[in-house]
Each structure stands twice: as C-alpha cells, then as structure tokens.
Design a protein around this ligand. Structure first.
Ligand code: GLP
Length: 260
C-alpha cells in the first residue's frame, strides 16, 4: 500500500485525480471503477476540470460503479445513478452506454449481479478502482463480516452506515436498508486501487485499514492484499496512524530511488 498524506482535501483530490488521469492517458479505453459519497467529490471536480481545460478524453472510457441502493430508481434524487450524472457524467464526454451502475430496481437481483460480474470481465476487467471508506471500515457496501472473497450481491446495510448516510436523505427512515454492491473479491481484481479518505471521522477506520490485521471486520483492510493500492489521506484522516512519519519519509525519498 502506498500512503500519501496531503495538507488539504483539495490537494488529496488533485493527487488522486492525477492517478486516474494518468491511467486514462496511458490507456484511452481504460475501464474505471467509480465510487459515490462525499469523498470522491473533489476528484470528480478535478477530472471535470482536466476534461474542460486540458482535454482529458473520456470518449473511449468504460465505467463501473461500486454500488446502488435497492429500491431507488435511476431517476431518484438520492440514487447513486443521479449522483454520478450530476457530479461527473454530464460534465465529461463518456458515452452513456459505456457507464454502468448496479440496478436498484431489477426484478432479479441474483441474475443482475451475475451479469454485472460477467460484464466487468467481458470489458477486460477494471484498470483502476476508486474507493472511499465508511466509518466502520467498509469499502463499497461491504459491511463488517463481509467475506473478503465476496462478489457482487445484495447486502443488508449496517445501522451505522444508515445513520452515516442519512444526511443525504430527508429523514433517516428514507435510507434504504438494502444495497447491491461489488464484493471485496470483485474489488481486489482491479489492477489498481485508489482509496481516498478525509476528516477526523475516518481516522479510526483508516488506521485499522492500514495498520490493523486483515479482517472481514474492516473490509478495507483487504487492500493490504492488493499489490497496487494507493491511499490518499488528509492530515485529519491520517491522525491515528502510528507509522505516519515513515509514510512521509517514503514519499520524500521516492524521487531518489533506483528506477530499475
Ligand atoms: C457509502 C458508500 C461507500 C463510501 C462510504 C463513505 O457507504 N457505499 O462507497 O465510501 O459511503 O462515504 P463518504 O465518502 O460520504 O464518507
């Protein structure tokens, strides 16, 4: 895991967006795994800026989102479909038919999940997967005790997650109890992972993800098993890391490291 600590949310977003842009520049038909929540908003703003000001081209890109609430249609104002349209898709030139988000309204969840997995594979697999982290250490909607080998499936949300995400809804009772989510195993198959976290509310989950044991109690800790995972943090999210000085030392020494 490579850990980069930034002074501000804007800086961490710029750096994380830079990693994603580098993948697209190297491979114009890259397959991106995308995430929702507050954490990636700065990255999306920066990707939109790179598209508008510097010509970052999404015309051959394919995208797969991590998750969606069960019961919310693509048009629903709190759905992740809506979130992605408003915060990214409508501002860039990705062809809508190449964007994929799990369906919250299919009449056969099991079949849909299988199709989603198969379609990711048919598109060549995910080149870079963007991730946030829940305050209970989850990635996507893989709540504590989710198998680290899990695949795309229907999941019951933890009370903590429902409480955390209630801020996006009019009242807590409106937060769906179920979601469809990529599994930890699905996520680990992406060629590169980029996880972003900011704010003191994430400090505990971040420390457990990076420095704790690999455990299904903190599904983000599965990133320790991935050979190419980058974690972008701000100072507040990094506050509980005991090896913080070492992570900064690595970044400082990086330019001088032998190249081959
Ligand atoms: C939800 C999403 C996750 C996200 C998490 C944190 O549970 N399913 O993908 O990482 O929220 O959200 P936020 O970035 O808003 O703190």
């Amino acid at each position: 895991m490579e850990i980069r600590i930034s002074k501000t949310y804007e800086e961490l977003s710029r750096r994380a967006a830079g990693s994603i842009a580098a993948v697209i520049n190297a491979k114009p038909n890259a397959v991106l795994g995308l995430a929702t929540g507050s954490s990636p908003l700065g990255i999306y703003r920066e990707l939109v800026r790179l598209h508008k000001d510097e010509g970052l081209d999404f015309s051959q890109v394919t995208t797969f989102n991590l998750d969606e609430y069960v019961g919310l249609s693509a048009q629903h104002g709190r759905s992740y479909h809506h979130f992605m349209r408003e915060n990214l898709f409508k501002h860039i030139n990705v062809p809508p038919e190449r964007t994929h988000i799990p369906s919250g309204t299919t009449n056969n969840y099991r079949a849909f999940c299988q199709w989603y997995e198969d379609h990711i594979r048919a598109c060549g697999g995910i080149d870079v997967q963007l991730l946030g982290i829940g305050s209970d250490g989850h990635i996507a909607f893989n709540e504590p005790t989710s198998s680290l080998a899990s695949r795309t499936r229907l999941k019951t949300l933890a009370r903590q997650t429902i409480e955390d995400n209630a801020r996006f809804f009019d009242k807590p009772e409106d937060v769906p109890v179920y979601a469809i989510t990529m599994g930890v195993g699905t996520i680990l198959e992406a060629r590169q992972l980029v996880l972003v976290a900011s704010g003191a509310g994430k400090a505990d989950a971040v420390a457990r993800m990076i420095e704790g044991p690999v455990t299904s109690m903190v599904t983000a800790s599965a990133l320790q098993l991935h050979p190419n995972a980058d974690v972008f943090l701000d100072e507040a999210a990094a506050a509980n890391l005991t090896m913080r000085e070492y992570y900064n030392w690595i970044q400082e020494k990086k330019p001088g490291a032998p190249q081959s």
